[in-house]
Each structure stands twice: as C-alpha cells, then as structure tokens.
Design a binder for this molecule. Structure first.
Ligand SMILES: [Zn+2]
Length: 269
C-alpha cells in the first residue's frame, strides 16, 4: 500500500517535471531563457493560464488545441510528460530497496531527467545541449562519489581522489572509442557518420555507467535504431536520424534494469 501511494505521488511529480523538461528541451537549443517568458502558445503567443499548464490533462481537455487560436499542439508534449512520470516511478521501484535508498532514487531520477531533455531537443532540433551535459555531469559525479562514500568504499581524501580519477578515465576511454567509431563510420559511409553531440553525450553516460557498460549502450542503441534506419533508406529519405534518443533509451534500460557487466556476461555464456 505504501509503495502504491509513493508511486502515485512520484508519478504526479514526474508529470510536472516532464512539463518543465519540455520547456528546457525546446528552449535551450535556441539559446532562450528557461524562466522567461512564461509558457505561451508558439503560434499566437497566448500566455498559458494555470489550468492550461496542468500536464497531460490540459492537453486532453483542450483536445490537443490551443485555447486561443485552436492551433494543434504537438502530441510530443503530453507524451514526454507521461514518459517522465512513468520513468520516475520506475526509478523509485528499482532503487527503493538498494542502500542508500533515497540518494539512489534521486540519482536515477536526475539521470532520467537528463536523458529526457536530450531526447526532446535531439528529436526536435538534432541538438544535444552542452549545458545539459555539463550540469548533470557535475551534479551526478558528486552524487556518485557521495554514494560510494555511503557504501564505505571511500574512507579518506586519497580514496576520493582515486575514485574521481577513475570516473574521469571512463570518460576519456569513451572519448577514444567514440572517436574511433566515428573515423570508421566516416571511412565506410564516406560522410560524417556521427555527430559531436553523440560523442559528448556518451562521455557523460560513461561517467555514470563506466566505459564498458557504455559500449553495451551503443550496441543496444544501434540495434534499436537499425530497423528505423533501414525503413528510412527504403523510403529513399535522406533524412539523418538523431541517434541521441536511442542512446538515451538504452542507457535507461541498463540503469533502471540495474544491469551490470556480470548480468551481461552471464547472458552471453
Ligand atoms: Zn495559440
């Protein structure tokens, strides 16, 4: 019963955060302020009232149209609100029994948040904002060190330094791997095969998951993206496919599924 009540509360909090991430994901790539102006219709500039700001429900009540000019509102808004709500609940359910519980849940929710913002701005603009990667790298590396301390792995400043260098090393190894993949891709496809945003994003992911699991992320993401890129090629649509959302989904599968290297090794043998 307690779990159900917490899940409902976290779901509602997630919906509200999702609504905020929509704003962040749409505005950051345009160098717009996150705080000003307040939310408005992109078509007629009508300022949204309190009732129009309720996640998902306002979309349903207004039948997906702006109250003022009746312009269609993108279905992406409520989808990402719902997705954030659901993923926050999954963060809670995955980590509610893993010590240190609350910090782990917050850690997972923050990582999820970064992945949602990346998905939104990569789908909309094919941009992965540096601000998002830098902000979440700093916050999550500090939290990760704190969790290691709570688990008794870090006992003094020297341990802290080693742990920090290990995290940086993961980012560096990942950078080299991504760079090699890019060179290989450019050679095979005779054109730019991977954006700089994807490389930076994977450096961030490797801070969190480590470089070995990050390679698994790339494999899963490629596997997920393959059918869609084949479909695109079949339609002779030269559209470049944003790869960020696939990397985000597979990173979340590994984190929320608490899948580590041992799980994967056991799966392979
Ligand atoms: Zn409007």
């Amino acid at each position: 019963m307690e779990v159900l009540i917490y899940s409902i509360i976290i779901f509602i909090i997630g919906l509200c955060f999702g609504s905020f991430f929509n704003v962040v994901g749409y505005r950051l790539p345009n160098n717009m302020s996150i705080a000003f102006p307040s939310s408005h219709c992109p078509n007629c500039n009508h300022k949204l009232g309190k009732l129009e700001l309720i996640p998902v429900l306002s979309y349903l009540f207004q039948k997906g149209k702006c109250k003022n000019c009746k312009q269609q509102i993108s279905i992406f808004y409520p989808i990402f609100e719902l997705l954030t709500g659901i993923l926050f609940v999954l963060c809670y359910l995955s980590f509610k029994d893993v010590y240190p519980e609350i910090i782990n849940i917050i850690f997972a929710c923050l990582f999820t948040s970064s992945m949602i913002i990346i998905m939104i701005s990569d789908i909309k603009y094919m941009i992965i904002p540096d601000e998002v990667l830098i902000f979440f790298s700093i916050v999550l590396v500090i939290l990760k060190l704190y969790i290691t301390y709570k688990l008794g792995i870090i006992n003094n400043l020297l341990d802290l330094g080693y742990e920090f260098i290990f995290i940086l090393k993961d980012g560096f190894v990942m950078f080299l791997i991504m760079y090699l993949i890019r060179l290989f891709g450019n050679f095979v496809f005779k054109k730019d095969s991977m954006g700089g945003g994807d490389i930076k994003m994977m450096i961030y992911v490797s801070f969190i998951l480590g470089w070995k699991l990050s390679i698994v992320v790339i494999f899963i993401a490629s596997f997920l993206a393959l059918p869609i890129s084949i479909f695109n090629m079949y339609k002779k649509n030269e559209h470049m496919l944003p790869f960020g959302p696939y990397l985000a989904i597979s990173s979340l599968i590994l984190l929320l599924g608490k899948i580590d290297l041992n799980t994967i090794i056991n799966l392979l043998y």
